[in-house]
Design a binder for this molecule. Structure first.
Ligand SMILES: NC(=O)c1ccc[n+]([C@@H]2O[C@H](COP(=O)([O-])OP(=O)(O)OC[C@H]3O[C@@H](n4cnc5c(N)ncnc54)[C@H](OP(=O)(O)O)[C@@H]3O)[C@@H](O)[C@H]2O)c1
Length: 334
């Protein structure tokens, strides 16, 4: 008989790289949908850097995952039984369904996944949360204008690759920062970035200056730390910095040092604003309409990194995000 495999939070982690014992992989009875609910057979579970924060105790933009709870995750699958008026057996759906093989939902935080536009796993990637993040972060928070030079860090990842492509679509110049020659080459050759800079080559400040001879108007920040320090002096007057993520600090065991080059925020009159994608929840249909159209027009492509191994590989797969071993949107095939 079919059972539900779940990834539950077993304990709060110590600072640093997550150890596998933070999670418990369980075999449980299938959850049954009540009136107004449906059950999804999950095929793909998204791995997101934010998960590192979601398992920590303490105040943040969202409550931490409770000990014993199914790990919060964006997942995609097919409705297999429904007592909900709007969802039918066979419907493809994606949303906050958790890290498990089967989920019961009342439809909140779940959307239909139109697989005629893109395959199922893309609805937790380019057409899912990472896509919306790139869209709102660049266009609303970064206030992108035609002709701007845009720099994005973690550029070959789920969010970054889309930021650069939207910048190009909107008539801006796109420069990516990524780790290693292979990722940098793919940004230019596959995603049409104007240039890419390898931060691991050790000359980021100078290399960025060479890749952005007219300076940087918008920086889409995914990394923080030394990368931010290399970007700040290259920013143009009245530039904008959209702070999306600071992944270099998520596994820190001691408080990371503050930016050394913060004075450029003052002298160049920069605007720096953090954002969380859910700030724009009511506008997701707008992002989806544009992203889907660009996919149909072949102006937007997604590199996806789908890993095998099932849910038991969840802890080690999540850690790939922090060692940079993922190449594109990371997800796990259930
Ligand atoms: N604000 C929001 O609502 C929101 C929503 C989604 C994501 N985010 C943030 O967006 C960022 C990217 O997320 P994603 O899902 O697209 O992940 P991703 O870029 O697909 O994967 C993470 C990448 O970060 C890079 N990285 C990891 N550790 C690093 C370090 N110490 N220094 C420099 N680069 C490092 C690695 O690429 P390299 O090989 O290039 O180093 C790695 O592949 C994260 O900071 C995440 O928290 C924010």
């Amino acid at each position: 008989m079919t059972r539900n495999t779940t990834v539950r939070l077993a304990r709060r982690p110590a600072p640093g790289v997550l150890t596998p014992d933070v999670f418990e992989i369980r075999d449980e009875p299938l959850p049954e949908p009540g009136e107004g609910e449906f059950r999804v057979r999950i095929e793909y579970v998204s791995l997101d850097p934010a998960m590192r924060g979601w398992v920590n105790e303490g105040k943040s933009y969202i409550s931490p995952v409770g000990i014993g709870e199914v790990m919060r995750a964006f997942s995609a699958g097919y409705v297999e039984t429904s007592r909900h008026p709007d969802f039918r057996e066979g419907d493809a759906v994606a949303g906050l369904l958790g890290a498990q093989s089967h989920a019961v939902s009342d439809g909140r935080n779940v959307q239909r996944a139109d697989t005629s536009i893109a395959p199922l796993q893309t609805w937790i990637g380019g057409l899912g949360m990472p896509g919306w993040t790139a869209y709102f972060g660049l266009l609303r928070v970064g206030e992108l204008k035609e002709g701007d030079t845009v720099v994005v860090s973690a550029a070959s990842g789920a969010v970054g690759q889309i930021v650069g492509q939207i910048a190009r679509i909107k008539g801006a110049r796109a420069v990516g920062i990524a780790g290693g020659a292979k990722k940098c080459r793919a940004l230019v050759e596959e995603h049409g970035f104007d240039a890419a800079v390898d931060y691991k080559a050790g000359n980021l400040f100078k290399d960025l200056g060479a890749a952005c001879p007219e300076g940087i108007d918008v920086y889409f920040e995914n990394v923080g730390g030394e990368v931010l320090d290399a970007v700040l002096p290259n920013m143009n007057t009245f530039g904008r910095i959209a702070v999306c993520g600071l992944i270099s600090a998520y596994n820190a065991t001691t408080p990371p040092p503050g930016p050394q080059n913060l004075r450029h925020v003052l002298t160049s009159r920069l605007k720096m604003q953090g954002f969380i994608v859910f700030d724009f929840a009511s506008e997701i249909p707008i992002a989806l309409a544009d992203l889907s159209q660009w996919v149909a027009q072949e102006k937007l492509t997604f590199r996806e990194d789908v890993r095998e191994g099932g849910l038991k590989a969840f802890p080690e797969t999540l850690n790939l995000l922090f060692s940079g071993e993922n190449f594109g949107k990371l997800s796990l095939k259930v």
